[in-house]
Design a protein around this ligand. Structure first.
Ligand code: SUG
Length: 448
């Protein structure tokens, strides 16, 4: 923290060594399309790290969240597999392929799904609140909550300033995917904001078509335990047609920062009501809605390019926001043309674009915005948070060396059952706990 005011820190998930394409996520078109492709874990992790460094080069603070232990041997043991860790894995891979694939997923990289964060400025008790997401819709993702909670408790251990809440009960009624379905608008990072929770269904409803991963009830429960002022909180429904077109999270069709909401025309079930409520609840700022009409960019192009899964950031000194977009947006004629025109408008709210290459993650439906968890920190909170989670050049260099030393270049489906993978990864993660440093009991394998 350099300034005297609160700032938004992006904490990115460090992409783990088992990054692969397993086609695990129904309703996520990229995941389905790329199932069983050969993955490149080393490139994936280096692309993610390069994005973090790019944001730092813009003058923004950046954090990093460690990958989870995969394959999840502890979980496999609880399902009756025995022997050495390598044997557990080899046996699970042969006899329970569906379970094994879930146990291997590196999906914790998508930190936007780790938790919902409410900055202290929004919370009546003046603490920063974080609720770990239960991610109960997908088998491979429901496994993340336990380790995510451990990570966030390490990062935010000072209970006078931070409240870390465990995940809501992992049930369909309380289905929660974290910050990917949560937006915040405010005059500046540290000013009291309007928190906007976006849900796909109510607990009492069942949705035909692709799954709606977020319930209204999950949103209201999180808002209540964060001690949010409901006079400044909004609950709005995602358009079912967006979900059915492949927008499995709101952040595939919308992103907000400061006074700006950038979204697709078809993102919300009732856009006019949302605009009216934001205007009524905004304090100290005039909201700007940058709506992309379907006539310019259809939902299909929005979703394949991931235009809205960009990060919207305010680089120090800039007088408008910068869109950190995936290179796929530049490669799509419609989205590239839209962005070029948008940034050249007079007094554009979003006046710059930076393209980043996160192709390995994109092929599983995870763009730049999926890879990060936004946390607004006051200078005091920044000082109270555990320093080792914040990226600097020395840490970035160590992480790069670590990735190059331990990650496989390629992981083809036929490689995944290899019992040697388990030891290889445990050695890597053990070393990571010394780099970050997380201590010798951070991962389950270190505690047995
Ligand atoms: O939950 N993909 C993730 C992508 C998450 C993107 N996050 C945000 N939009 N914030 C998901 O669908 C695919 C894994 C596989 O198929 O191997 C996966 O889990």
């Amino acid at each position: 923290m350099t300034g005297e005011v609160a700032e938004e820190v992006n904490f990115d998930g460090l992409i783990g060594p088992t990054h692969n394409y397993a086609g695990l996520s129904e309703g996520n078109l990229a995941s389905a399309r790329n199932a069983n492709m050969i993955a490149r874990p080393r490139d994936a992790a280096l692309q993610g790290l390069a994005k973090m460094q790019r944001l730092r080069a813009l003058g923004l603070s950046q954090g990093v969240l460690p990958p989870h232990e995969r394959p999840n041997v502890k979980w496999l043991r609880s399902l009756g597999f025995t022997g050495t860790d390598g044997e557990v894995w080899a046996h699970a891979w042969k006899s329970e392929p569906t379970i094994a694939r879930a146990a291997l997923a590196a999906s914790a990289m998508w930190a936007a799904n780790a938790a919902t964060i409410s900055p202290s400025a929004d919370c009546l008790d003046r603490r920063l609140h974080a609720t770990v997401a239960n991610l109960q819709t997908m088998l491979h993702r429901v496994l993340e909550a336990e380790q995510t909670e451990r990570t966030l408790r390490r990062l935010f251990s000072d209970q006078a300033r931070f409240a870390v809440h465990p995940a809501l009960l992992a049930h369909d009624a309380l289905s929660d995917e974290g910050a990917a379905n949560h937006m915040r608008m405010a005059a500046s990072a540290g000013a009291p904001g309007v928190e906007i929770f976006v849900y796909g269904r109510r607990a009492s409803e069942t949705k035909a078509g692709f799954p709606a991963r977020q319930t209204l009830e999950a949103c209201t429960c999180v808002a209540r335990s964060h001690t949010l002022d409901f006079g400044r909180t909004i609950f709005t429904r995602q358009a079912p047609k967006a979900i059915d077109a492949g927008a499995f999270h709101n952040d595939v069709v919308a992103v907000a920062h400061e006074h700006v909401l950038f979204h697709h025309e078809d993102a919300f079930a009732d856009k006019d009501a949302l605009y009216a409520e934001v205007r009524a609840k905004a304090q100290g700022f005039e909201p700007v809605f940058v709506e992309v009409p379907r006539a310019r960019v259809g939902l299909d192009d929005a979703i394949t390019s991931y235009l809205f899964n960009s990060q919207l950031v305010h680089a120090p000194g800039a007088n408008s926001l910068t869109l950190i977009a995936p290179t796929e947006v530049r490669e799509n004629n419609k989205t590239a043309a839209y962005v070029a025109e948008m940034i050249s408008r007079p007094r554009a709210a979003i006046g710059q674009v930076e393209y980043v290459e996160v192709r390995e993650s994109m092929r599983n439906g995870g763009g730049p915005a999926c890879l990060r968890l936004r946390v607004v920190l006051t200078p005091q909170e920044r000082a109270a948070a555990t320093p080792s989670f914040f990226l600097n050049d020395a840490l970035a260099a160590s992480l790069e060396t670590w990735i190059k030393k331990h990650y496989r270049e390629e992981l083809a489906p036929a490689d995944l059952g290899d019992p040697a993978l388990v030891g290889e990864i445990q050695t890597a993660l053990d070393e990571l706990t010394r780099i970050l440093p997380l201590g010798g009991d951070f991962y389950p394998f270190q505690r047995t």
